[in-house]
Design a binder for this molecule. Structure first.
Ligand code: ADP
Length: 397
């Protein structure tokens, strides 16, 4: 063992002993330099857990640079990559990541300088230079691994979003074309001189129906864009009952008009969930329960209830005693633009575009959950949502 290795071993030991304090120094310097709110970058301690670990591994490398090259140390590279994933999820910028590593390098170099000063006999300057250059090399390799992962994820998110946008534009223009064509036809018809009143009335009815269809289609497409657009979720701890009650409040008038009672059980759990998506799912499910209620039944209802949580998950049911869904349609009911009661629309005085359930499914998936349907024609329909008590927190660390 030569002198350089001895100095390296001493510094490495000290660095390992001080790895948490050094991570603390790094964090303080970072907050002093970046105009950020600490909690917005570090909502959990996972990032702070990564930094002390990287520092320990850098210390190992300083001690044995040849035997255990940093670029071949898969454990430490994996940690650096996880950091890239974490920072991507936290929507950090590339500039921020590079700055973080730059600060880490400076904190560690300062520490090496301080430790050398504390030594009884200072090592030759050349040894210090070698040690510091190893330190820089280690930080560079780690920063490269983090940045590579970050850029990979960033690129794939952009191409996913572009593909989704293209699909959305195709779908929207396709769906708008038919009612717009019908409107154009109706308007041209009404411009004809001497049109019989009966035909004119039918043309107006048609226009009214198509305008209503376009309004609903536009609202639903807005919801699809919001849910699928990769909006950042606002995670909150909420009682499912509160969210369901809010959805019910929004639908009260429609429910009253159709004499459907909306019931929300008070035995529903508390979840950490994206409240906006959960509410959107309830609004669509409850509104379907009202829309497809059975006029032949005296007491019509749609109710939200839940089982006690098990295995970190909870099941929430939205059950109605409506028309039910024909068995043949059940397998495809969540697909976009699929409708099972299209021939009854006029009798039921309802209209739809067939997007509600696909929006619900997108919402539930985004909350890391799943949805199932059971239905018997003439008896009613139950949608069962299975959601994790804590969604959207899958952490790579
Ligand atoms: P929309 O209601 O606009 O047609 P959805 O995607 O919300 O679109 O629903 C798709 C189809 O599933 C509906 O057209 C209807 O036939 C059927 N459906 C959905 N929910 C219910 C329900 N609670 N009871 C009976 N049928 C339902």
């Amino acid at each position: 063992m030569n002198n350089t290795t001895d100095v390296g071993a001493v510094i490495a030991r000290r660095m390992r002993a001080e790895h948490r304090a050094l991570a603390g120094r790094w964090f303080e310097r970072l907050l002093g330099l970046l105009p950020v709110d600490a909690r917005s970058i570090f909502p959990t301690d996972s990032l702070l857990d990564h930094i002390p670990e990287l520092i320990s591994q850098i210390a190992d490398y300083l001690q044995e640079p040849v035997a255990d090259s940093i670029a071949a140390n898969t454990a430490i590279l994996e940690k650096a990559r996880q950091l890239g994933t974490l920072r991507h999820r936290q929507r950090a910028s590339l500039h921020q990541i590079l700055r973080e590593y730059q600060i880490l390098g400076r904190v560690l170099v300062t520490f090496v300088g301080e430790e050398i000063e504390r030594m009884d006999s200072a090592p030759p300057a050349s040894e210090t230079v070698v040690l510091v250059s190893r330190l820089h090399q280690a930080v560079d390799v780690l920063s490269q691994a983090t940045v590579e992962t970050f850029v990979e994820l960033y690129t794939s998110t952009i191409s996913e979003q572009t593909a989704r946008l293209e699909e959305f534009t195709r779908m929207a223009t396709h769906e708008w074309r038919q009612p717009l064509g019908a409107l154009q036809f109706g308007v041209n018809l009404l411009k004809q001189p001497g049109l019989e009143p009966d035909r004119a009335r039918r043309a107006w009815d048609n226009i009214e129906r198509n305008v209503a269809h376009l309004v609903e289609l536009t609202h639903k497409l807005e919801a699809v864009a919001r849910v699928r657009g990769g909006d950042s979720a606002v995670m909150q701890e909420v009682s499912v009952a509160t969210v369901a009650a809010e959805a019910a409040r929004q639908l009260r008038e429609v429910a009253d008009a159709k004499e459907v009672q909306i019931r929300v059980s008070d035995q529903l759990p508390v979840l950490v969930v994206d409240v906006g998506r959960l509410e959107l799912a309830f609004v669509n499910l409850l509104s379907n329960g009202i829309k497809y209620s059975d006029p032949a039944k005296d007491a019509r209802f749609v109710e939200v209830s839940g089982d006690s949580p098990s295995d970190g998950h909870v099941s929430i049911s939205v059950r109605d005693n409506g028309l039910g869904i024909p068995e043949a349609a059940l397998a495809t009911i969540f697909r976009r633009f699929t409708r099972a009661h299209v021939h009854h629309d006029a009798v039921l005085h309802v209209g739809g575009v067939g997007l509600g359930l696909s929006i619900v499914e997108d919402c539930v998936r985004a909350m890391d959950g799943r949805i199932e349907v059971q239905s018997v024609e003439g008896v009613g329909t139950t949608f069962v949502l299975t959601l994790p008590l804590l969604s959207g927190r899958s952490d790579p660390s």
